[in-house]
Design a protein around this ligand. Structure first.
Ligand code: FAD
Length: 301
């Protein structure tokens, strides 16, 4: 990348951040330190995930409400179809609408017991496309959905996957956020397919800064994402060196983001895992600046 090409892209790049609802007081403290550090980067929105089977329902709501109360950030609440009737889900959506939430990330979710495969809940929304239509009927929300550069693991084919994304967009989704991936070309190839299929919403790449490849490998398969060999090789021998792993992680993710930027991408969604350091560093390299500098770790240290 030439420095001038990089500089040209700085002005129009924007970001969003994903958090998960904390399980304990210690995790809550860490999450809010991360939110406070990342807030001055002025993300377009910050999203809060929804646990399998609605297990985090209250915690997701509490985190979203606190974001509204205590920050300037625009929250996006994730919502899944798992283990809930349409009435229950509609009530949640109305509650969000009435508390000022304007953005929902609409997902099918996964089977509580993965060995049994996904079964729609009787009387519930069967999939994300149906959920999008249900949300659209309740309010004028921004609705994001999931997209899979390497196909969803349950998809019969790429065409079936694109069909499904199209159904979600036709039902009213305004953006798709991708599953994480580690090769910029995977994103560009997928984007070509999406566009040639007549899908024209923004496809925001989901960026996962990875510090632990072994952990990643354990869950990547089930998510429809592959871990390239070069990535495992890069982290070899670093098991006991967490700071070095973090430096490598930031470099790898920033490099991919800059390739995406050079190819015309100007929106990035970060899976922060409730940590600020890596996301902050990568954003900085993408030209995103905050008025108050420093991560929570640096400030604490
Ligand atoms: P869908 O788009 O409904 O599709 C799922 C599969 O079913 C696809 O293979 C599709 O082809 C197939 N399918 C759907 N409808 C039909 C049909 N009518 N006929 C035939 N096949 C069909 N999970 C959580 O539990 N909580 C979260 O907060 C969460 N956040 C996420 C955020 C992002 C950005 C992403 C990428 C994923 C997230 N997930 C989350 C994971 C997600 O729930 C799983 O990947 C799940 O397996 C699929 O959800 P979906 O919304 O993509 O499903």
């Amino acid at each position: 990348l030439s420095p001038s090409l990089f500089a040209d892209r700085l002005a129009d790049t924007d970001v969003s951040f994903e958090f998960f609802p904390p399980k304990s007081e210690a995790m809550e403290t860490r999450l809010w330190a991360a939110i406070k550090t990342l807030e001055p980067l002025a993300p377009r929105f910050v999203s809060v995930t929804y646990g399998a089977g609605g297990s985090t329902r209250e915690r997701t709501h509490n985190t979203v409400r606190r974001l509204i109360r205590e920050t300037t950030l625009a929250p996006a609440a994730h919502l899944t179809c798992v283990d809930a009737s349409r009435e229950e889900i509609d009530a949640i959506v109305r509650d969000y609408r009435d508390s000022g939430v304007r953005h929902i990330v609409a997902l099918r979710g996964d089977a509580p017991d993965p060995s049994k495969g996904y079964q729609p809940t009787p009387g519930g929304y069967a999939n994300a496309a149906e959920l999008v239509a249900g949300i659209r009927a309740i309010g004028d929300f921004e609705i994001s959905v999931a997209a899979y550069p390497e196909c969803h693991p349950e998809s019969a084919s790429l065409v079936a996957d694109l069909d499904n994304l199209k159904r979600k967009v036709d039902a009213g989704a305004t953006r798709a956020i991708t599953q994480f991936f580690f090769e910029a070309d995977q994103y560009f190839r997928y984007l070509d397919h999406v566009r040639s299929y007549g899908i024209d919403v923004e496809i925001t790449p989901g960026i996962l800064p990875v510090t632990n490849v072994k952990q990643l490998k354990r869950f990547a398969d089930g998510c429809g994402a592959s871990v390239p060999r070069w990535m495992a090789d890069l982290f070899e021998g670093l098991d006991d060196l967490p700071q070095t792993r973090a430096l490598v992680a930031a470099t790898v993710a920033a490099e991919m983001c800059r390739r995406l930027q050079a190819g015309g991408v100007n929106s990035f969604h970060f899976y922060t895992l409730n940590r600020d350091e890596l996301t902050y560093a990568i954003c900085h390299m993408l030209g995103i600046r905050s008025s108050t500098h420093g991560t929570s770790q640096e400030k604490a240290g």
